[in-house]
Design a protein around this ligand. Structure first.
Ligand SMILES: [Zn+2]
Length: 657
């Protein structure tokens, strides 16, 4: 030992072998055979860093390095496995963690970016005489040392070994070094690992949990995640998806994501510079392609005949990796995007939608402002676009989905590695703002419709933290929507349409935000004539105050879910991909349809009734925002209804000209 590292109140000693590797341990002196063994391992591993491509990479996914070492290290007297961190310590004011940060740097620059591969070794020594207290493993050997191998960025030391003389020591060393509360050791080297850089996933395995048994997910060396869905088909579908949407734009970048989506849609690259060639080729092969962008996601896809997948992958990989765009197309598409926004602005409800957004999120109103988007898009040129792409596209926010014939999975995997494995690793966290609204009382908001129109658009809005697939989400989105808002027997139709005849449509829309549950909301949406506004409001409040859910309603809803679940089994080319890709994109675990269905049925009747009465009704009656789009301000007519029906409620009225 020639030096030591202080971590919290524990002391980790380390020694170096020349400038080749570190050994970090508590053990003061260990047997020479361990020294020899570690050197042997080092000699065995190092050659794999050379080669094109090298089998081991400094900048690499931990899982692949670990897997490779597990499969290829052929040294006697050791038992190999992988270490999977299951529970990371979150950074907080903790002196221990502070010390780790001072010693190793921040989590991002050490664990996040140095791509540690942890291989687990139990070093056995059959020649050693057993102590009485020693415990035998299942093969009747005593592990003498517990070792983790870390492959690093290789600035100075390419490898680090963490050595404990017993399980407890080893535990402490790994937990201190990896800032985790827990890890597990798996001897299964067949499973793919998650990129350790996605540390909020804790490096846990991410293997095939899709609905159909044969689908699988894998992670390429550069961190790109892939879903392969084999189906009984000769067709293929490939999509490239990024966690890159409108919400990420700063004000001076407004419209950039959409503009880029238009350019990306041409699929040109340094290799295929001619947009006409690309569209002709796809057309001739019978393929179809398109691109779209939403609040959070950018997607580009091609569907066609499987034999062309090779070519489609080549096009897609190149346009993402080596983007090129003809200057004329830049000009034309600028005009097209601007025209698209002008179209949005002409829509009769544009002013209504924009002002709802502005009312809820005043600080971020620019996000929904088409006029501003047009203003900024006019200024963008080739360089701004290329800079934007470079700073936003990275392998960590990238998911590929592929549908292929059942017997072509291996080939598809081979090709996806070939075409997308060449993209350079780049990790950056997308910076999405937190756009949320806190509301504590009732608000009545008239947004003025500038046109003569007897029709009122109505939105009853409730902002609330709703986790996707949580019990609340399931009750709202399935039970209440089905029971209260269906045409056949839902109470809202029964009263407002069938009894009073003042509406045509009414619905409940639940919008859970996948990125940040705090940004979720639900809305009751309808329309009625101006003169019926007071009656509409009165009826809604009446229903909520007096209507009771019955057991029978819940039973029949369950029948309907069974129908929906069975119906989902009639899939098309992309039904699986689309269901699961956004869950992956948001770094969430994939939940099977079957599990959603099971969870849905397991919610008890009494729980649903209780939620309806004590949460849903109470929430709305206490703090909804009534937006209505009308060229007549009916606030004066609506206020007395609230006053009479909800005498204890707090409310405020607004008029937006
Ligand atoms: Zn567009």
């Amino acid at each position: 030992m020639n030096d030591s590292i202080q971590i919290g109140d524990t002391l980790l000693k380390y020694k170096t072998h020349k400038n080749d590797y570190y050994i970090i341990t508590y053990i003061k002196d260990y047997k020479e055979y361990l020294n020899k063994l570690i050197y042997e391992i080092y000699e065995d591993i190092m050659p794999h860093y050379i080669g094109t491509p090298p089998a081991l990479r400094f900048a690499n996914v931990c899982g692949n390095n670990a897997e490779f070492i597990c499969e290829n290290l052929k040294i006697d007297g050791i038992k190999l496995g992988k270490i999977i961190i299951t529970d990371w310590v979150e950074p907080k004011n903790d002196s221990k963690i502070d010390t780790i940060y001072r010693t190793y740097g921040s989590k991002v620059s050490t664990i996040g970016l140095s791509y540690h591969a942890l291989v687990y070794l139990e070093v056995l020594d059959e020649n050693e005489v057993l102590d009485e207290n020693e415990v035998l493993d299942e093969n009747n050997n005593t592990p003498k040392y517990y070792v983790a191998i870390e492959t690093t960025c290789g600035e100075k030391y390419d490898l680090q070994f963490y050595v404990g003389s017993n399980k407890k020591d080893f535990d402490t060393i790994i937990k201190a070094r990896y800032q985790c509360n827990g890890f597990k050791i798996s001897f299964d080297c067949k499973e793919d690992w998650e990129v350790i850089a996605n540390s909020h996933n804790g490096g846990k395995p991410k293997m095939s949990v899709l609905n159909d048994k044969t689908s699988k997910t894998l992670t390429l060396n550069n961190g790109i995640r892939v879903i392969i869905v084999p189906l009984k088909t000769n067709l293929t579908h490939i999509s490239a998806n990024f966690l890159l949407g409108h919400y990420q734009e700063k004000e001076n970048e407004l419209g950039m994501t959409h503009y880029y989506e238009h350019l990306l849609g041409r699929m040109t690259s340094q290799k295929y510079k001619d947009a006409n060639y690309i569209s002709d080729e796809i057309y001739k092969r019978g393929g179809i392609n398109n691109a779209y962008v939403s609040d959070y996601e950018m997607s580009i896809y091609i569907s066609g005949i499987y034999k062309d997948l090779d070519f489609y992958m080549d096009i897609l990989s190149n346009t993402i990796n080596k983007f090129y765009i003809d200057r004329n197309i830049i000009k034309q598409e600028k005009g097209a995007v601007i025209q698209e926004y002008m179209g949005y602005m002409s829509a009769p409800d544009y002013k209504f939608k924009f002002n709802i957004f502005k009312f809820l999120y005043p600080k971020y109103s620019f996000i929904a402002d088409c006029k501003k988007k047009i203003k900024y898009i006019k200024k963008f040129d080739y360089n701004t676009i290329v800079r934007y792409i470079k700073s936003h596209l990275n392998t960590n926010n990238f998911v590929i989905t592929i549908t292929c014939p059942s017997n072509k999975t291996a080939e598809a995997i081979k090709n996806v590695k070939k075409y997308f494995g060449v993209i350079k690793y780049k990790n950056a966290k997308p910076a999405y703002p937190v756009i949320k609204h806190n509301n504590t009382n009732i608000k009545i908001v008239n947004i003025k419709n500038d046109y003569r129109d007897d029709n009122n658009l109505i939105v009853i809005h409730l902002s609330k933290r709703i986790e996707f697939l949580s019990e609340e989400y399931l009750i709202l989105n399935y039970y209440l929507q089905r029971i209260l808002f269906n045409f056949d027997s839902g109470i809202f139709y029964k009263i407002l349409r069938k009894k009073l005849g003042i509406i045509y449509y009414i619905g409940l829309a639940v919008n859970t935000d996948n990125y940040n549950a705090d940004m979720s909301y639900y809305r009751i949406v309808s329309q009625c004539q101006q003169k019926n506004m007071p009656l509409f409001i009165k009826s809604i409040i009446d229903i909520l105050e007096y209507y009771e859910l019955e057991d029978e309603h819940i039973d029949t809803a369950k029948n309907y879910f069974k129908y929906c679940y069975e119906n989902k089994k009639f899939y098309n080319l992309t039904s699986f991909n689309d269901d699961y890709k956004s869950q992956l994109l948001f770094h969430k675990d994939i939940v099977k349809n079957k599990d959603i269905y099971k969870k849905l049925l397991s919610i008890t009747t009494s729980r649903i009734k209780e939620y309806y009465k004590n949460v849903f009704v109470k929430d709305i009656l206490l703090k909804h925002i009534l937006f209505y789009y009308s060229n007549r301000n009916s606030n004066k007519a609506i206020e007395p209804i609230y006053k009479k029906l909800l005498p204890s409620a707090n409310y405020k009225t607004y008029y937006i000209a």
